[in-house]
Design a protein around this ligand. Structure first.
Ligand code: URA
Length: 239
């Protein structure tokens, strides 16, 4: 997995000789992940976002960005308010969303420049888990749990088994899906005679939303990117 000295990386990307880029770095003209780095020997990880003299550049071939999507934003380039407005500083032209969240859904939305990764993460064959927090109008029941586990028949299509986790308050549950169909969570509960009042995605495969503030975006760490590749059988391949 790529980790490289900052001065070597910038020279390799054609920004000047090692000596020249070393000067740029020491003058405070280079940021890594938003923070000024003054040490030419600083180790940069895969997917790090670099800025040189105020201009963003991509350190490696692929970049993966995790956004804590707020409600009210559309997963679209053309309709607004667009989630892309929240990715300022990232090379938005090259980033595609991994699936979509509804306008009123919050939580983890991943963007990537990697077409094959995107395809694998969204294809049901790879059964990448998506974990949601769901607030419901009425309490969920053990019968809902069984029905979801067996694979709900939704408008003539059999869904993959889904795990419903009932806690202390059965109107606040977690649901783990292995596919991502249109409005799937809302339609599953509607079929059970219930209604989703609030929906938030907490996790996608090995990625967790964690304490990323609402509306904030960050590049994946090299460890997160490696775990993601692993989850879809791209482990060991050069990202
Ligand atoms: N299921 C839904 O119904 N909506 C989403 O945004 C995501 C999953």
């Amino acid at each position: 997995m790529g980790v490289e000295r900052l001065d070597r990386l910038l020279a390799r990307l054609g920004l000047g000789s090692r000596k020249e880029v070393g000067r740029l770095i020491r003058r405070g003209q280079v940021r890594v992940g938003g923070a000024v780095v003054l040490d030419p020997g600083f180790k940069v990880g895969e997917g790090a976002l670099l800025e040189v003299e105020g201009k963003p550049i991509r350190a490696f071939r692929h970049l993966h960005v995790l956004l804590h999507k707020p409600g009210g934003y559309v997963t679209s380039r053309t309709e607004g308010p667009s989630v892309y407005a929240l990715l300022q500083g990232f090379p938005t032209r090259d980033l595609s969303p991994v699936g979509r969240l509804d306008k009123d859904t919050e939580g983890l939305l991943l963007f990537t420049t990697h077409g094959e990764l995107l395809h694998r993460l969204t294809h049901p064959r790879h059964k990448v888990e998506k974990r949601y927090l769901v607030h419901l109008e009425r309490p969920a029941t053990p019968e809902d749990q069984r029905a979801f586990q067996e694979g709900l028949l939704l408008e003539g299509e059999r869904l993959l088994p889904a795990k419903l986790v009932l806690g202390e308050d059965p109107t606040r549950v977690e649901l783990v899906l292995k596919e991502g169909r249109y409005h799937q969570v809302k339609r599953m509960f509607a079929q059970r005679g219930n209604r989703v009042l609030y929906l938030k995605r907490l996790a996608l495969g090995p990625l967790e939303l964690g304490d990323l503030p609402v509306g904030a975006a960050r590049a994946l760490s090299p460890e997160e990117a490696a775990a993601l590749y692993q989850a879809v059988g791209l482990g060991g391949k050069n990202p």
